[in-house]
Structure formats: C-alpha cells, structure tokens
Design a protein around this ligand. Structure first.
Ligand code: F0G
Length: 433
C-alpha cells in the first residue's frame, strides 16, 4: 500500500470533497444515533460519526465496539495541576477493547484493509498498535497479522496481548524507529497491508476521539486538549478533526493543543520550540528537519524514557503535527520521567489510572499551568491514551520506590511487609484505622 508521495516522500493525507458528501447541519444531529445502538455502526464510538470520515461503504466497515470511552472531571488531579474545581477532565481512551486509543484508528485501517482485500496486515509497535491490530484480527478473522517490536522495548501487558491474540510476533534487535523502517520495507516487498500511523486512513479514525470529547461537553469546545506525543498520529488527527469541523461550520472555535514529549524523546519539542521549525502554511522547511536528524545521528542521540510507548526518535507524523499545532495555536513541552510517573500516580489516586505515557498529559498540563499559559479556570481535557494495566511493572516499581533513574516516588504507596501473625497485622493496621 502506498502511504507516501513518490515525488517528495511526504505522507499522504486524506482530503474529502465535502460538496459531494452529505454532512449533518449540526453536530447535535449525531445524537439521533444513541437511539439506534443495536446497529453496530451506531454503537461504535468511531462510526457513529461516519459522515465525518466518509471513505468506506457501510457494509465494508469493520467494528469491534471500539470507542466506548468516557470523559470525567477529576478534581484531585485538577488540584495537582493547579486548576479550579471542575475544570480538569480526563478522557479515558484506555477503555477501548485493546486498552488504548489505537482501536479508534485500527477500526478504520482494518476497514480499508478489507476494502482492498488484504489477507495479511502488519505494523511496528512500542506495544499498543500491535495489541490493537492483533485484536482486530483475532476477533474478526479477516486477516493474519505480523507485528514487529523492538527487543526489550515493550511493556509486558502489551506483548502479552499480541501473543494471546495470535499475532506472529517478530522481536527485532533495535528500537521502534528501526522496526518501523523495516516493516515499511517488508510491507512494500511482500504486499502486506501496513497499519502504522503512516497509513492516513488510521488517522481518520483517531479524529473521533475529539468528536467524543465535544459530545461529552455538549458540543462546546474546551479551551485545551493535552496529549502525549510519540509518533504524533493522535495530535495530527486531532488538528485535522478541528480544522475540518471549522471548515464545515460545525464548530466556531478551535481548542488549543498541547503536545507533551518525554524529555528523553523530545524531537517535536526541539523542532517546534527550540529550532522554531513550523508548518508555515504548508511551507515547512524540510531541509532544516533533515539537518536536525543528521545532527541527532552525528551526536548519537537515541530516545530513552520509562514511558516506552513514546520512545521514538523520528516521529513519522512530524510535519502533520506541525500543521495541527498551527491550526490549534498549539504548544509543545517536554517533561521528565519523574514528572510523568508522578502524573500517572495522580491519575491512579484520583481516577481510573493510566499507563506511563498518558501521565505525560498531566505533567504537561501542570507545567503549562505553572507557566501561566493555561489559566486556572480554563477547561482542560487531558487525553489518557492507555490503560493502567498495560505496564504494571512501571506502577509497582514506582510505588515500591524502585523506578530506575527517578527519585523515590513522591506519591509512592508502598506495600507493607508483615509477618503471618494476627497481632503484627493488627499493629500494622493501627497506623491507618
Ligand atoms: N500513548 C500511548 C499509550 C501510546 O501507545 C502511544 C504510541 C502514544 C501515546 C503516542 O501516540 O504516536 O499518536 O503520538 N504508541 C505507538 C505504538 C507508537 O506502537 O503503540 P502518537
């Protein structure tokens, strides 16, 4: 499958001719589908918005009930970030069938794979993309799946899913960037359908995360969307969603976007905030980006973060993300692993929990609040991209005070070791009750 322009190498982008497509007059019109949820397309949190991603005939759509996610206020996380009560909201994308936001995109990629008659699909992954692709294959039986993961670079919960869902799993000696480069070559050579976010149809599905946020807020755009940045598929999709909604006259204001890098994996931060390389109305300075990567290689800089999901050197959607940042008057920040783990611990203590990469949203919102860029009474939506149980190791090491390269967890909830003796157990409990 072709995902890039043969002339310039830039990734393809989906553009619709809206004049030829029926689009609802108001976002509120989508609410009619709440009445017809027995139709799997209306049940899906992605396809109930199908007029806004109109690339597939309804009979081709592959859905496994993705997108049943919720937006919830958390005042305790809000207090930590520095927000007034009711102003910080958490969008739990970990509630998807495979436990991450990827299912929003994979339902679209799987649909397109079916439309082109693909028998085998593949992806490279830090773990969640592979879990998502594998679950779509295992539950539908429509195609076989091959996943490429870097060696020792994947949280166990995610690897467990790929294995359990029956994906052929190749562990390559290398990091995510290496595996993505190889899988692109393999898919080209063996005519396998590629499901990474270089696939523009996948990003179409991820736009719906923003539609559901709007739906939860009674169609009123929030002031801020805060999202972790890895390969930059989500941020790119969010920008496209808002750009199109505004073009269609379905919203009158676009939220600001904050993309949060881990300090150890901060290409976007360096490019956008330090080198000031911007979208520039479509005239991004490509040679400046090439130079940036050449220097990164010359210095031997390689991404390293405890948030393995976002440990990426060359985010493939970099230019599309620059476009999103321009559309959404966006900013980029970098946060340390310590801040990421503390943000994650706050979501655990005052919400449903999340995996480390998602903690970057909280840490980033806190940083922007401290800088005064986010105001205490702004309405802020932090996207929690992955489920708490994806990476239990990171949670237990944090709470046990053993997380590598970080100081003892400020919010650690250590397990207490007690002898198998009633009196000693009661003595231990006396400190709490
Ligand atoms: N959060 C989680 C939990 C992720 O798994 C990823 C990406 C991101 C954030 C970053 O999102 O790429 O859209 O900027 N995981 C990919 C994977 C790379 O292979 O599962 P992005």
């Amino acid at each position: 499958m072709r995902v890039a322009c043969e002339a310039c190498g830039g990734l393809l982008d989906v553009r619709y001719d809206w004049d030829r497509i029926p689009v609802p007059a108001s976002l509120r019109d989508f609410e009619a589908r709440w009445q017809t949820r027995r139709n799997p397309l209306d049940f899906s949190g992605v396809w109930r918005f199908r007029e806004l991603l109109p690339f597939a005939p309804p009979e081709a759509i592959v859905t496994i009930g993705e997108g049943q996610t919720v937006l919830q206020a958390s005042d305790s996380v809000g207090r930590y970030v520095g927000m007034q009560p009711g102003r910080l909201l958490l969008q739990y994308e970990g509630l998807n069938p495979s436990g991450s936001f990827k299912d929003n995109g994979m339902t679209a990629a799987a649909t397109h794979a079916r439309m082109v008659g693909a028998k085998t699909a593949a992806c490279a992954s830090t773990g969640n993309t592979s879990a998502s692709l594998a679950i779509f294959a295992s539950t539908t039986g429509l195609f076989r799946v091959v996943v490429f993961v870097g060696s020792g670079k994947i949280a166990f919960g995610k690897l467990a899913q790929a294995l359990d869902y029956g994906a052929l799993t190749l562990q390559i000696q290398g990091d995510f960037d290496d595996t993505l480069a190889r899988v692109r070559e393999v898919c080209e050579r063996l005519k396998i359908y590629l499901c990474n976010s270089v696939n523009p149809l996948r990003l179409e599905g991820q736009k719906t995360i923003m539609y559901r946020v709007l739906e939860s807020l009674n169609w009123e755009p929030p002031d801020w969307i805060v999202v972790p940045g890895g390969n930059l598929g989500n941020s790119s999709a969010f920008g496209k969603a808002f750009y199109e909604l505004e073009q269609l006259g379905l919203i009158d204001r676009i939220p600001r976007l904050a993309v949060i890098n881990a300090e150890g994996s901060n290409t976007l931060y360096r490019v956008h905030e330090q080198q000031k390389i911007h979208w520039n109305e479509g005239r991004t300075d490509g040679s400046a980006i090439d130079e940036f990567y050449a220097q990164m290689d010359a210095e031997g800089r390689r991404a390293a973060t405890l948030a393995t999901a976002i440990e990426i050197n060359r985010p493939v959607n970099l230019v599309k993300c620059l476009r999103a940042l321009e559309v959404c008057d966006g900013v980029v920040r970098e946060v340390s692993d310590q801040e990421i783990l503390e943000g994650k611990a706050q979501v655990g203590a005052g919400g449903f929990g999340c995996e480390p990469a998602s903690g970057a949203s909280i840490a980033g919102a806190k940083r922007l609040r401290e800088e005064g860029i986010i105001a205490a009474d702004d309405r802020v939506v932090c996207i929690l991209t992955g489920h708490e149980l994806k990476d239990p190791n990171s949670t237990v090491t944090y709470h046990s005070g053993e997380a590598k390269g970080t100081a003892a967890g400020r919010f650690a909830n250590r397990p207490i070791v007690v002898e198998n003796d009633l009196e000693q157990i009661i003595a231990a409990l006396h400190k709490f009750v």
